[in-house]
Design a protein around this ligand. Sequence first.
Ligand code: FAD
Length: 420
Amino acid sequence: MRLRVAVIGGGAAGLCALRHLSARPDRFEPVGMEQQAGVGGTWRYTDLVGTYPDGTPVQSSMYKNLRTNLPKEVMAFPGFPFPEELPSFMHHTDVQNYLERYCSHYGLERYLLFNTKVQQVTPLRRDSKTEWNVTYCTNGKQHCEIFDAVMVCNGHYEVPLIPNIEGQDVFQGQIIHSHDYRSPEAFSGKRVACLGAAPSGQDISLEIATCAQQVILSHNKPRLPTVLPENVNQKTGIKQLTHNTVVFNNGDEEPVDVIMLCTGYRYSFPFLSAECAVTIEEERVTPLYKHIIHSRLQTLSFIGICKIICPFPLFDNQVRFVLATLDGSCPLPPAADMEADIERDFRQRLAEGLPARHAHTMGSRQWAYNDMLASMGNFQSIPRAIQNLYDEVHRIRVLDLPNYKNRRYKITGEEGFQEL
Ligand code: FAD
């Protein structure tokens, strides 16, 4: 039987889902829905922040000068490399071009509805089977269609996570989230505190430092062991704001003009009806077996929920795992067993000292996770060379933040890589 599969989103995850679904026309009939006019998702850069002239929110969190924080050698989808002539750490436009070529190479346009926003997804119980009623709006016209399965690929870098900071109402300066950051010139001569030292905080603080008078990289992680430009200092997290200063957790106080919140994003699935029974608590999305499949509605899956990963290869693995569950080659355990597995994974993270909001953080866990999906789904996992180079870049980045992107690499075999 052919399954009709709705794919929500035409970013990297949605394109990957369409690629694998469309390769099996005997089993799957995919329909991709993308609210924007083209593919690429967060890589579709715009100078605009806030909303487009027609009032729709700007989805992209890219900034003008962004170069990738991973080398192209590990970023690529399996079997579809980036062009050889590009540097390892590419400009964001190179990634957008790559995704457009991926789309046309696999002929995915014909499965995609653009300017199409999914408004509601509702499960329909028919006999022992669950079907999905998907309501979407294309160019102002509403449609309803029934699908056998839904793959949610809507990304999670659009809705800013804004912390509640004491004194933010009295602070006279500017408070901006990195979602709305585009270029450093706006901060010429200013004193800026960047809150958060994940990849965005690290990258944006250095960019702003090229124009700003002073930048404080404020975070509660161990001090980054890197040399930083003279006008960048590391300080602890922010405790409080006064009308023109920041008070840090260690009691230090500094005058600042701008707070740049590099504090991450929230998961958001506004189109899932209450009957989908998906909950988000402290940035933990439940009940997702292996961070992907709804334990009680198994034809509802989510690609790309995991954080701190090598995104495109991991999406590819997750998609292939979902297809193996849909075509029956990877039977799923009973719901109760899946829920016990979800809980075990979460408890293990807490036991290792991670806060609940890191329920989907992978980091070094991602390699065993990828291998497990591949073994369950009976396909080949990500080559060790990708892991080895990814780990090397993570090691080098914190030692040499200002310069690590100048390096060039080459994959030399199943396990190896070489710095050129
Ligand atoms: P997205 O790219 O966000 O795509 C989701 C798509 O779903 C969007 O096109 C959106 O319009 C659509 N959508 C959402 N809701 C609906 C709806 N209701 N109806 C229809 N369509 C909908 N990764 C790397 O590998 N290397 C990097 O260097 C790197 N740098 C990054 C820098 C920044 C600033 C950010 C924000 C991310 C970076 N990433 C990087 C991670 C990046 O998010 C992933 O690489 C990947 O692009 C995520 O793809 P996605 O498809 O999951 O989400």
